[in-house]
Write a protein that binds this ligand. Structure first.
Ligand code: ZN
Length: 242
């Protein structure tokens, strides 16, 4: 079976639509979404609707949390704050009701799903190095933990002796004596200098993790964002993929 894990859509409808098309072509049977449906982009209602239609598990991210009024925008940079107040002014009541049912973490087969880190799902910490990853491996029991949040695709591998290494590969064969933390990257705002939408497929038969990169109509997304008067910084970074 092929399972897709998608994260950080950030109201980018064109990117989400292409990822859903690609996952179908790739023979994906189940899609899980691990947070940040809204924030930054200009189609929060449409994206939440599509996510609910196509995804089985649906998690909350920090931007969704703010949109729901569960947290202030204090911890965000200026452009993100502006986009979040735009989102709060634009998003429909119905979408907020749907978002309120999304969860903070979930388990599926031998996988743990969380937006930021497994130790404190609602503290929105970033996981960038092997020292922190080693600590995070203590906070879930499954073989693979799937995360998003940083928009930076990567895999942390823990050997049987506890040592952790970090990898940036497009595919990885899983070994039974190892555990993994996989950052699935971002659908709607990639930041690893590749502007294509990013997501992960797990092939449960081959026991393989595959990163997918999908081109989408960035010009169309940018034109809509300009019309909505979203911050120029957020518009330009989509083309640069940073
Ligand atoms: Zn995000």
């Amino acid at each position: 079976m092929r399972i897709a894990i998608i994260s950080d859509v950030h109201a980018n409808l064109e990117a989400l639509e292409q990822v859903l098309r690609d996952s179908e072509k790739q023979g994906v049977e189940i899609i899980h979404f691990i947070g940040d449906a809204v924030g930054y982009g200009c189609n929060p209602d449409e994206c939440v609707k599509l996510l609910v239609k196509h995804c089985d598990i649906k998690l909350l991210g920090n931007h969704d949390y703010v949109a729901l009024g569960l947290e202030s925008t204090e911890a965000f940079n200026k452009a993100a704050q502006e986009a979040l107040s735009w989102t709060q002014n634009t998003i429909s009541e119905k979408t907020l009701e749907i978002l309120a049912d999304f969860e903070l973490e979930a388990d599926y087969l031998d996988y743990h799903l969380v937006h930021a880190t497994p130790d404190h799902p609602d503290r929105w910490q970033y996981l960038f190095d092997t020292i922190e990853a080693r600590e995070q491996f203590r906070h879930f029991t499954q073989s693979i933990c799937l995360i998003g949040h940083s928009h930076f695709p990567s895999i942390f591998v823990q050997n049987g002796d506890g040592a952790v290494t970090m990898h940036m590969k497009s595919a990885m064969q899983c070994q039974p004596d190892r555990r993994y933390i996989v950052n699935v990257g971002s659908v709607g705002q990639p930041r690893d200098k590749d502007n294509r939408a990013c997501y992960v497929i797990i092939d449960t038969d081959a026991n393989k993790i595959l990163f997918r990169r999908v081109a989408y109509d960035i010009d169309a997304t940018q034109a809509k964002m300009r019309k909505a008067r979203l911050p120029e910084f957020l518009i330009e970074r989509l083309a640069a993929g940073v």
